[in-house]
Design a protein around this ligand. Structure first.
Ligand code: BES
Ligand code: MN
Ligand code: ZN
Length: 499
């Protein structure tokens, strides 16, 4: 697919289909919509008066062969009320359009911005298109493997030539970010027999080489030398050895300390000896979504040439039951030396993150953000609508909150209280790995807190937002790639968090 930009009058645009996003209207008043109405003998007014199209969210309608137009078809797309217009209105509108026959049946289409000059809107439009048209065909056979869309050229147009510069920059940025998010989705969708820790680590090496990011892979021997007893305790039950991957992108040369991104990479979570019920267990191939998000984020940051130093740390393992598996009641010794009694082998994510967060200290980070499909209890915090975020620094939390508003990848802060810390204290060991059902998302975070250093830290639990159950305008059913837009926004607008 080719994405390009252009400028000119609506009538002069030549394409198989022009996509025209418009806000809600009660009568056709001005601008491109007025021209289109006149050129189509009042067809736009008729759509509105018959209640078929008036610019509401989710509405789509075609106008054919407007007189004096170079294009035979204009596809109107509703943005909703002007008073509530945000970047996400464009994401949603273009997401809806991305799967419409009018577009997939065209070879060349042009998205026309009439009266909009905000580059966040431009960026959101291409994001919406690319995220909405995402397909996962590689595990199908024959014809179904192929993309059925005819579209080869999608252009973004403004009327005023002077806006072409900002438009081009925004389209490029949106394309890179959406490609990042789609990469994370693809990885999260990939079955565990195609993405073992070893295969995944190799894939990361390939991607790192392609994007000129430094990559170091620790194998099981190196992981042993690092004394990562918690990660090893989780991987013990599997025939597949663990990996521990460190990616580095240096966007500046002044030796500034890096921001460290940590992602949970459990390529399959059966629960281990505390085995999960069979229903929905297949979804646990996506328990590496955090690592996919962080991999995609560092690649995206590198492609955007962000001026900061970044490290991504991803512990990769399966969680399986077997004769060699860690058993409930066993005690593991973490890299940090803190001992942990395993109450439930299904609480494995916090174990591998414990060693990864401790390892982050070797980089003297200016801040650490981790992201993980950590607790089923996240469903009872914010459901599918947003991700709970917890941490120790108000400034870092504020940076996440404003990124959450800007990208519509929603996070909301939850507390880390002493009650939650108490729930993780051991009787024969320093800590236990499960605090039971109450406040499960918060007690898991209180566990992680024991392994962080003296740096600003944020933990994002994506256990449910990693997966869309039904399908929304720019989010097809399945893996979401949650966090790539959010974290790219945080890193683009980064400042070292104040104490
Ligand atoms: N990967 C799961 C969390 C999860 C559950 C993500 C459902 C998405 C959907 C995690 O490893 C886990 O099993 N957590 C346990 C912890 C409990 C045993 C303390 C959980 O949430 O049930
Ligand atoms: Mn688990
Ligand atoms: Zn898990």
């Amino acid at each position: 697919m080719q994405f390009r930009t252009t400028s000119g009058k609506l009538q002069e645009i030549s394409a198989d289909c022009i996509v025209l996003p418009v806000t809600s209207f009660s009568s056709v008043k001005s601008g491109a919509l007025k021209q289109l109405d006149s050129a189509s003998k009042g067809a736009v007014s008729s759509l509105a008066s018959f209640g078929e199209f008036s610019g509401k969210t989710g509405e789509i309608s075609s106008i054919y062969s407007p007189q004096g137009f170079k294009s035979k078809r204009v596809l109107l797309v509703g943005l909703g009320e002007e008073s509530t217009l945000t970047a996400d209105s464009f994401r949603a509108a273009l997401g809806n359009v991305s799967r419409a026959k009018a577009l997939t049946g065209s070879r060349k289409a042009v998205v026309y911005f009439d009266g909009f000059s905000d580059d966040e809107f431009f960026q959101a439009a291409i994001e919406g298109y690319m995220l909405g048209s995402f397909k996962m065909n590689e595990f199908r056979s024959g014809e179904a493997r192929k993309d059925s869309s005819k579209l080869t050229d999608l252009l973004f147009a403004v009327s005023d030539k002077r806006e072409l510069g900002p438009l081009q920059a925004a389209i490029k940025r949106g394309q890179i970010i959406a490609e990042g998010q789609n990469l994370a989705r693809r990885l999260a969708f990939t079955p565990s027999n195609y993405l073992t820790p070893r295969i995944y680590a190799r894939k990361m090496q390939e991607l790192a080489r392609k994007h000129r990011i430094h990559c170091r892979v620790l194998d099981e021997k190196a992981i042993e030398r690092e004394n990562m007893g918690c990660l090893l305790g989780v991987s013990r039950g599997s025939e597949e050895p663990p990996r521990f991957v460190i990616l580095r992108y240096n966007g500046r040369r002044d030796g500034q300390k890096p921001v460290v991104l940590v992602g949970k990479g459990v390529t399959f979570d059966s629960g281990g000896i505390s085995i999960k019920p069979a229903e929905n267990m297949h979804e646990m191939k996506g328990d590496m979504h955090g690592s996919a998000t962080m991999l995609a984020t560092i690649i995206t940051a590198a492609r955007l040439k962000l001026p900061l130093n970044l490290v991504t740390i991803t512990p990769l393992t399966e969680n399986m039951p077997s004769g060699t598996a860690t058993k409930p009641g066993d005690v593991l010794v973490s890299r940090k030396g803190i001992t942990v009694e395993i109450i439930n082998t299904d609480a494995e994510g916090r174990l591998i993150l414990a060693d990864a967060l401790d390892y982050a200290n070797t980089f003297e980070p200016q801040a650490v953000i981790d992201i993980a499909t950590l607790t089923g209890a996240a469903l009872f915090v914010l459901g599918y609508a947003g991700a709970p975020v917890l941490g120790n620094n108000d400034d870092l939390m504020a940076q996440l909150a404003s990124a959450s508003d800007a990208t519509a990848e929603r996070t909301w802060r939850m507390p880390i209280w002493d009650e939650f810390r108490d729930a993780m204290k051991g009787s024969i060991s320093d800590l236990i790995n499960s605090g039971g059902r109450p406040a499960g998302t918060m007690t898991a975070t209180a566990f992680l807190e024991n392994f962080i250093g003296n740096w600003p830290w944020a933990h994002i639990d994506i256990a449910y937002v990693d997966h869309e159950p039904k399908g929304r305008p720019y989010q097809p059913k399945g893996a979401t790639g949650f966090g790539v837009r959010l974290l790219t926004h945080v890193l683009t607008n980064w400042h070292r968090p104040k104490k």
